[in-house]
Every structure is written in structure tokens, then in C-alpha cells.
Design a protein around this ligand. Structure first.
Ligand code: DGJ
Length: 717
């Protein structure tokens, strides 16, 4: 049923069809606690008048200074959100609001505002779509660009959004790194001019720069204080986050697909849809911004975000490519002995003409290797079932090894420059996913696995390289569409797969943390944050991701990479989705019984960690310790983690004040994950306190010695 408000919108849109009759018009996009207000100027141009905490409807001034989606080629002198070169070569665009509407959806927590803009001279239509998630205080912004010119146009800029701020100072927090050193955090003040965070990797967004940011206004923010915009782009390819401070110290933020080498050739009647820019605003610091994004992600951003997660034993670190049926049978048994839910078979199970015994061959030849697995996957399913554990398997279906039967059969399916030497990364090449035949192949690889093997309960989808020498034999003269079309094609394959296999949990992996974005996470239940599983490194890496992603999406495995005590490694891995990747047969009795108990405790507490509200209490940056906690929505259960990294001799710390509890409730605090034969380190262990006391006085969750940690279960009486 249309609400009167919607009819009002319709009326306004009819009025807009008659330019000149209209006075200024306002378009409000509200969530429960934040507002974004647009003004349509008398000329029909669209302006952003306000972005911040919630305003009463119609209380923003009709500010017509900052163009809400500025167009290049006319009088706008800064970085445009959009620029089009028309079929006749004219490089200008002049967008006027034609109509706007609020679409109702079946979910009354979502309000979708579509602002339709048209050029009076050229038949170009641009629709700015804003989805307001009321409860979560998250807004997503995306744009659809189409035209009815006689021949293709070139779209050279295509931001997903354009946001404006006017504050005394702007502080940008960004994350960057490389393989095995993901999510290094850095904060700097934005100065006059342009700052760009981007990647040009094609198959993945992340590796050197991560498509996420925090923007603090009027000074640096803390966990509990300050005005903060937290934003991330839902796109698994080359991206750009552009920040421009103009001569009047106003800031424009332009997030989107990277326009680098991507002048998009758009046919008449076709639509270029930008990815969603996902953002929230908080005037109570970073913690609230993260919790907003986590709530949104679990309900809307991640597949089965509200579901439970399986614990697992993975074999990548312990066996690499060297395993066979007998070995795997033993590993199923060890998974069972450990008490994990599932065994995940990693790379190395396929290829016959070129067996996958190292990373130089076989990608593309997705048949079981007959030497390692003479009875195929079917035997593994059976053996795992007999041991009472679930079975998961690794694939990397977008890739091809130059030494593979697939490459021999289809050299034209590979992205590579025709007249230059092949350029390898991890000895492999990328398939030309833009080609529909390749899409069918990739779909079939995964579909066959899942259809022929109902015992496969989990998939790890890897992507171990970026594009270099990027050239699609399929695209011919439209090479500048490649970066965008590749990712669109990937999503099309994932759509098809999810239509047929909606529920199977999948891990998003890209040579460590190369794909950590909400564009792909719609199809995946979790992601692999980094190949670096050293526990101290992981405190920082997992902490970094926690600003944008909830704990149930962050896969954290205990391995032998680092030399920290097993208890420390376990306590670090427990702050996300817990898993193991080590040789269980080498564990001592104490190590094994400690791990078995940890898995039992995680089974009890996983929902609080995965679904609860995160409070980052003490950050590890520039310090020697860290503490964080998760609190159930009903505030009846919480889990607190404290880590001591590498303190100076004689360091000691004050009790850590907790957050997020109910001040009036009485809680019992109990240290868990105690190593066999050791006593509780927590001075307050076993006692009860009011929530008020715990939040004002705190708990001594930090010990004195390096590489020690505590996990405390907090339960309302
Ligand atoms: C890279 C991933 O990040 C690792 O976990 C592992 O799956 C290897 N690929 C296998 O080749």
C-alpha cells in the first residue's frame, strides 16, 4: 500500500517535470539516528545540504552549495563524481533532478530513495539510489548510469557516492599492507588537495590498500568520542577512495570503482551500476560506528550473517601439498579427537597429467589426483562421515596454470597481452571471466563439486593473483571495460551458484586477505584475513578488520607460524571464527586437552563473540597490550579478552574498565581457557560484581608477563 508520503513524492516528481514551476525541494534520507539531506535547487540541480546525526524532518537549511553528484565537463572545477564523453565526442554532462521516489521494500527496516537525474540535452539518465537501514544506522549509496544515444558513450568517472563535509579539521584513518602484513593502520590529517587510496589489482580490491576508511571530523576520534564516518566499498576489484579538500576547507569524499584505465564503453540501453558504498556516522566515536556496521553486516551484508559458524581443522600449514587418502583419513580422526566440527582440505587434491604437487601446475584441472586420492572425493566424504566430522574443500576456479590441460585446450581463455611475454604471479594466470564460456566453466567447476558430492559441507574459494598485463581476448577493442566487467562477471557466477546452492558456507580467500569486501561477502559466510597467523601479528590484523567486519566473518586459525605459547595463540584465535591449522599428532596431552576444552567453550560462547556488540577497550597500537570484549544484545553474557604483547621489564597495568554491560545487573566473572595445571590469573576470578562496578572500576585482565592472555566469561546472575 502506498503511503501518503509516497504520493507526496509522486506529486513533487510530477512538478519537476515542469522546470521553472518548482521552488527548492528537500529530500530527506533518515535512519533512526542519522540523516542525509538533499536539496533540489530551483534549476533542478541536486545538492547535499546535511549529513550527520538525525534531524527532524525538514529542519535542514536548503543549502545549495555542494553538488550532491558533481558532473565533469561543465563548470565544476574539482574532482567530479561522474563524467561522460557522449557519442558525438562532447565531454560534458548537466544533470537535473527529473523525479525522486521512496520505494517500499518487503523489509520495513529498509527505506530506498531513488533520485532520477537527466541531462536536458543528451538522453542520459543517472539514478542515485540510497538505501537507509533504519535500525543499524547504515546508508548504502550506488548509482545506475544509462543512456539512449545512437552509439556507445564513454563513462570516465563513476563514483558510488559523493559526500561533503565542512569541519575544522579532517582526520583520515586508513589500512594498508601487503601479503602477510595486512591491515596496518595509519592516521593522518587531510590537507588541501587530493588524497587517493586505491588499488589497480583487477581481481581483488585489497593487498596493498584496503577499501575501508574512518574519517574523523573536528579532531581525532577515540573509541567513545568524536564525530566519525566509517565507510567501505562493496567491490572486489580495483577501487578508489578519493578525498579532496578545496580552497574553502570543505571536504568531498568520492568512493567508487577505480577509473584508472577504465573508461567504460556503455552501449545504448545498457546500465552501468556502481557498487555500493556502505557507510555509517557516529558522534560517539569509532566503537559505535563499528557496531553499526557489524549489525548491518550480520543482517544484510554477509551470507547467513546471523547463522552459527563451524570450527575446523585445515591442513594447509601442516601438510601443504603432501597428503594422500590415508593421511587425510588420519586427519579426519584428529579433527574428531580435537573436537572441531569440520576438516578443510586445502590446495593440492587435483590434476593428473600435471599433478598439483606444488604451485607451478594444474590450476584449471579440477579432477581428483589419482595418486593421492585413488578413490576420489567420494571416499573422503565417506571417511569424514565415519569419523563424525564435516568435510570442506579448497578451490581456486578463476585461475589457470600455464602447465595444465585447461591451458593446453583453451589458450584463448586466458587474460594476457597478445604480443608480450606472459606475466606470472605465483606461477599462474587469470582466466578471462568476461567470456561467457569461461563463466560457464567456473560455474561448472564449483557446481559439479557441490552437486556430485553432497558431503561437501564447506568451500574455501581462493584467488591467488591480481591482474597484470591485463588484456581480455574476448573484449576485443573494449579493453577499458575489463576491470569492471571482470568483477561483474565474478558476481554473475556467484549469483548463479547461490541460486542453486544457497546455503553451503564459503570462505572468501585471496592469497591471504586480498578479498575482504562486502561486494563478495554477500555470497560468502566468512573471509581469510591473512596468511600470517603469528598470534601477535593477528592481534593487530584482526583488530584492524574489526572496525568494519563482525567477528563471525573473520577466520582465525591457530597454527605453528608463530612461536607464542598455545594458550596465547588460542586466546587470540578465539576473538573471531575459531579454527586450527597445525599438526594435532604433535600435540602433548596437555595441549590436546587444553584445545579440546577451548573448542567446547567456544561452542558455548561463539554466539556471543560472533553476534554480540564489540567494545575495543585498549588498542594494541603503540602499546604493549590489548583488550576487547563482546556483549550479547540482552547484556546477559559477555566475553572479555586481554593480551599482553611485549612489555618493558616491570610494566604493570591498571584494571581494564569494561563497557556495554547493564549497570544494574550483577555479573559473575570466570576465567576460562586456563592451561592445564595452572591457576586462574584473574584476581577477581569467580566473584560477582555489578555491571556498574565492572564498567567504572574494571577487572585485572592483563597479566605482567609477555605473551600472556586471559579470556573471561561474564554472566549475569
Ligand atoms: C593462499 C591462501 O591464503 C592459503 O590459506 C592457502 O589456501 C593457499 N593459498 C593454497 O594455495
Amino acid at each position: 500500500m502506498r503511503k501518503p508520503y509516497l504520493n507526496y513524492c509522486l506529486l513533487m516528481s510530477l512538478l519537476f517535470a515542469c522546470p521553472g514551476l518548482m521552488a527548492q525541494e528537500r529530500i530527506d534520507v533518515h535512519t533512526r539516528d542519522i540523516s542525509m539531506v538533499f536539496t533540489v535547487g530551483a534549476s533542478g540541480r541536486l545538492y547535499q545540504s546535511y549529513l550527520g546525526t538525525r534531524l527532524a524532518s525538514n529542519s535542514a537549511p536548503a543549502d545549495t552549495v555542494m553538488e550532491a553528484y558533481a558532473q565533469g565537463g561543465g563548470s565544476y572545477l574539482f574532482e567530479p563524481a561522474i563524467r561522460i564523453v557522449h557519442a558525438d565526442g562532447n565531454p560534458s554532462l548537466d544533470l537535473r533532478v527529473d523525479s525522486w521516489r521512496v520505494d517500499s521494500t518487503t523489509d520495513n527496516n529498509i527505506r530506498v530513495t531513488c533520485i532520477v537525474m537527466k541531462d536536458p540535452v543528451y538522453p542520459v539518465t543517472v539514478v542515485l539510489e540510497l538505501k537507509a537501514y533504519l535500525r543499524e544506522n547504515v546508508i548504502t549509496s550506488s548509482v545506475r548510469i544509462s543512456h539512449a544515444e545512437k552509439s556507445p558513450v564513454r563513462v570516465t568517472n563513476f563514483s558510488s557516492s559523493m559526500l561533503h563535509f565542512h569541519a575544522d579539521s579532517y582526520w583520515l584513518t586508513q589500512w594498508h599492507g601487503d601479503w602477510a602484513r595486512e591491515m596496518h593502520m595509519e592516521e593522518s590529517r587531510l590537507t588541501s588537495g587530493i588524497k587517493i587510496i586505491d588499488s589497480k589489482l583487477g581481481t581483488r580490491a585489497d593487498m596493498y590498500q584496503t577499501p575501508v576508511f574512518l574519517l574523523s571530523l573536528d579532531g581525532e576520534s577515540t573509541e567513545e568520542t568524536g564525530k566519525v564516518l566509517a565507510g567501505t566499498l562493496g567491490w572486489s576489484g580495483s577501487f578508489q577512495l578519493l578525498f579532496e579538500v578545496d580552497e574553502k576547507d570543505r571536504l568531498s569524499v568520492l568512493p567508487g570503482m577505480n577509473p584508472y584505465a577504465s573508461d567504460y564503453v556503455l552501449d545504448p540501453g545498457k546500465t552501468l551500476k556502481t557498487p555500493e558504498f556502505i557507510f555509517t556516522y557516529s558522534d560517539e566515536g569509532r566503537g559505535l560506528a563499528s557496531r553499526n556496521l557489524h549489525d548491518w553486516a550480520r543482517s544484510y551484508g554477509v551470507l547467513d550473517g546471523r547463522g552459527s559458524r563451524m570450527t575446523l581443522l585445515n591442513n594447509w600449514e601442516s601438510t601443504q601439498f603432501a597428503f594422500n587418502e590415508q593421511k587425510l583419513d588420519t586427519l579426519f580422526g584428529e579433527t574428531r579427537r580435537l573436537g572441531a566440527d569440520m576438516f578443510l582440505l586445502d590446495d593440492g587434491w587435483f590434476g593428473n597429467k600435471y599433478p598439483r604437487n606444488n604451485d607451478h601446475t594444474s590450476l584449471g584441472d579440477w579432477q581428483e589426483n589419482k595418486v593421492k586420492l585413488p578413490h576420489g572425493i567420494a571416499r573422503l566424504e565417506k571417511d569424514a562421515a565415519e569419523k563424525g566430522v564435516k568435510f570442506g574443500i579448497w578451490v581456486e576456479p578463476e585461475m589457470v596454470s600455464p602447465k595444465s590441460e585447461l591451458y593446453e585446450k583453451h589458450p584463448e581463455w586466458v587474460l594476457k597481452l597478445p604480443n608480450r611475454a606472459e606475466n606470472y604471479f605465483r606461477n599462474q594466470l587469470v582466466l578471462d571471466l568476461v567470456n561467457p564460456a569461461v563463466q560457464d566453466f567456473v560455474f561448472r567447476v564449483v557446481d559439479d563439486l557441490l552437486t556430485q558430492h553432497s558431503g561437501i559441507a564447506y568451500l574455501k574459494w581462493d584467488c591467488n593473483r591480481m591482474m597484470t598485463n591485463a588484456y581480455s581476448p574476448y573484449l576485443g577493442s573494449r579493453q577499458s571495460n575489463l576491470y569492471i566487467d571482470y568483477v561483474t562477471a565474478l558476481y554473475a557466477v556467484l549469483e548463479r551458484l547461490r541460486a542453486k546452492h544457497p546455503a553451503v558456507p564459503m570462505m572468501l580467500c585471496s592469497g591471504g586477505g586480498g578479498r575482504t569486501d562486502y561486494g563478495a561477502l554477500k555470497y560468502f559466510t566468512e573471509f581469510w584475513p591473512s596468511d600470517n597467523t603469528d598470534a601477535v601479528e593477528r592481534v593487530y590484523i584482526q583488530w584492524g578488520y574489526s572496525y568494519f567486519f563482525p567477528a563471525n566473518t573473520i577466520a582465525c586459525h591457530i597454527t605453528s607460524w608463530g612461536k607464542e605459547p598455545l594458550k596465547f595463540r588460542t586466546d587470540v584465535a578465539m576473538m573471531g571464527r575459531l579454527g586450527y591449522d597445525l599438526d594435532v599428532s604433535k600435540m602433548t596431552d596437555k595441549e590436546l586437552s587444553f584445545s579440546q576444552q577451548a573448542l567446547k567453550d567456544y561452542r558455548r560462547l561463539g554466539a556471543t563473540i560472533g553476534q554480540g556488540d564489540l567494545y575495543r577497550l585498549l588498542a594494541p597500537y603503540g602499546s604493549d597490550r590489548a583488550a576487547l570484549m563482546y556483549v550479547d544484545k540482552d547484556k546477559k553474557k559477555a566475553v572479555l579478552f586481554g593480551y599482553v604483547l611485549h612489555p618493558r621489564y616491570g610494566s604493570s597495568w591498571a584494571p581494564v574498565q569494561l563497557q556495554g554491560l547493564d549497570a544494574g545487573k550483577v555479573y559473575r566473572v570466570k576465567e576460562i581457557n586456563k592451561y592445564p595445571g595452572t591457576k586462574a590469573e584473574l584476581v577477581e576470578d569467580g566473584r560477582t560484581f555489578t555491571g556498574e562496578y565492572l564498567m567504572k572500576a574494571g577487572l585485572s585482565v592483563l597479566g605482567k608477563k609477555e605473551l600472556t592472555s586471559m579470556v573471561v566469561e561474564i554472566t549475569a546472575e
